[in-house]
Design a protein around this ligand. Structure first.
Ligand SMILES: [Ca+2]
Length: 391
């Protein structure tokens, strides 16, 4: 009986240990077997990249332009006419870009952007037609219902689910003392009537999906997919494990990698490892709470995570099924090694030496990254025999 009880206790403890997030160590080994090739430079704070059917690329620049990079090295610059005007303030501006899953037939390109003014602005979803030579008819599809002030925490990555609905991340609106009405903006991440601090699920026309994601809870808006987020700037579809991953900025440290399931609450700001910028005080006394979903990985000292990729290509066979998280502060990409179930096994670092804004897989199976600089670059990772590319 005692043996049975001991086995049961061990099983119980192993279950508890399983639920603990992987804590990223201070020192992470270097990834090997690749080199970096600069494909384009002179990009002004590039934010997102999308590939057209002909292999050329559309890159958003935060100041409000779209660059078209052709395979022959020529580039074209577009302003997208019509629709809501971009407000360029702090982290805000023209942000992510994504082609409609049916782009080959309908020519629709989706954008997230900040609109309004420096003192009153909102994360907004819009789309335009692109005929290969010009954009036309930018139309607003959705905007966050509450305006906020200042230039912090707009989100806003986009990914498409298999059913052709769109997930879009929206930040919590800003650090204290940013307030909306009589509350700190950050607390609205726990308010089911606010779009701030959420992942939203929308139709391709920007409407809520019938039924919502929270089982019809009447106090949670139907367009909310998950809640309790601070500022997600990395979203990735995982076709291997049929799930979604998100990388999320903490304040001072406590950045997170989360496995996203519709209808879940991810805790911010009630449960977090993060600390206040001022005085490095704990933001919450809790790092975990009942009813809230813990992160899979915590970068305790912070990398400022931006674009996120789940690699499925054939150029780096050993990297298939792993996550690649860009870091702004860390000036790197973290390879997050996952097992078949999606549990985090460990990490490696790809040093870039510039703030990394986005990480994507091209249709050619190479890994591409954008650097967040006034002279921003599009860089391609290619396989290499080199033993140590990060001397
Ligand atoms: Ca969390």
């Amino acid at each position: 009986m005692r043996y049975v009880a001991t086995v049961f206790l061990c099983l119980l403890l192993s279950q508890v240990a399983w639920a603990e997030p992987f804590m990223s160590p201070e020192s992470v080994p270097s990834a090997r077997g690749f080199h970096k090739k600069v494909i384009a430079d002179g990009l002004s704070h590039p934010w997102g990249v999308a590939w057209l059917p002909d292999g050329s690329m559309l890159v958003t620049e935060r100041p409000g332009r779209v660059r078209h990079l052709n395979e022959d090295g020529t580039t074209r610059t577009y302003k997208v006419p019509g629709g809501p005007a971009v407000v360029v303030v702090g982290q805000g501006g023209l942000l992510d870009i994504s082609l409609h899953p049916n782009f080959a037939e309908n020519g629709l390109v989706y954008f997230t952007l900040a609109t309004g003014t420096r003192h009153s602005n909102r994360t907004t979803l819009a789309r335009a037609y692109f005929d290969g030579k010009k954009f036309s008819k930018l139309e607003e599809l959705f905007r966050v219902s509450q305006a906020k002030s200042g230039g912090q925490h707009f989100g806003s990555r986009m990914i498409w689910l298999e059913d052709r609905t769109l997930l879009m991340s929206v930040g919590d609106g800003g650090n204290p003392p940013v307030r909306i009405g009589d509350v700190l903006s950050r607390t609205l991440a726990q308010d089911g009537q606010s779009h701030l601090g959420k992942i939203l699920r929308l139709t391709d026309a920007g409407m809520p999906v019938a039924g919502g994601s929270f089982g019809g809870q009447s106090d949670i808006l139907p367009e909310i997919y998950s809640m309790g987020h601070r500022n997600i700037q990395g979203l990735a579809v995982d076709p291997i494990r049929n799930t979604v991953w998100a990388s999320e900025h903490g304040a001072l440290g406590g950045d997170e990698l989360n496995r996203i399931t519709g209808g879940n609450n991810y805790g911010w700001p009630k449960a977090t490892f993060s600390k206040e910028y001022l005085g490095a005080r704990d933001i919450s006394e809790h790092t975990t709470l009942p009813g809230m979903t813990d992160p899979e990985l915590v970068w305790l000292s912070g990398i400022a995570p931006s674009g996120l990729l789940l690699y499925t290509g054939d150029k780096f066979p050993k990297w298939r099924g792993d996550l690649f998280a860009g870091g702004l502060k860390d000036q790197s990409i973290r390879r997050v090694v996952l097992d078949q179930s999606g549990r985090v096994l460990g990490e490696e670092i790809i040093r870039v030496g510039q703030r990394v804004r986005d990480v994507q897989q091209g249709p050619d199976g190479f890994i591409y990254l954008l650097t967040d600089e006034s002279d921003g670059k599009l860089i391609r990772l290619e396989p290499s025999e080199e033993t140590d590319p990060n001397p």
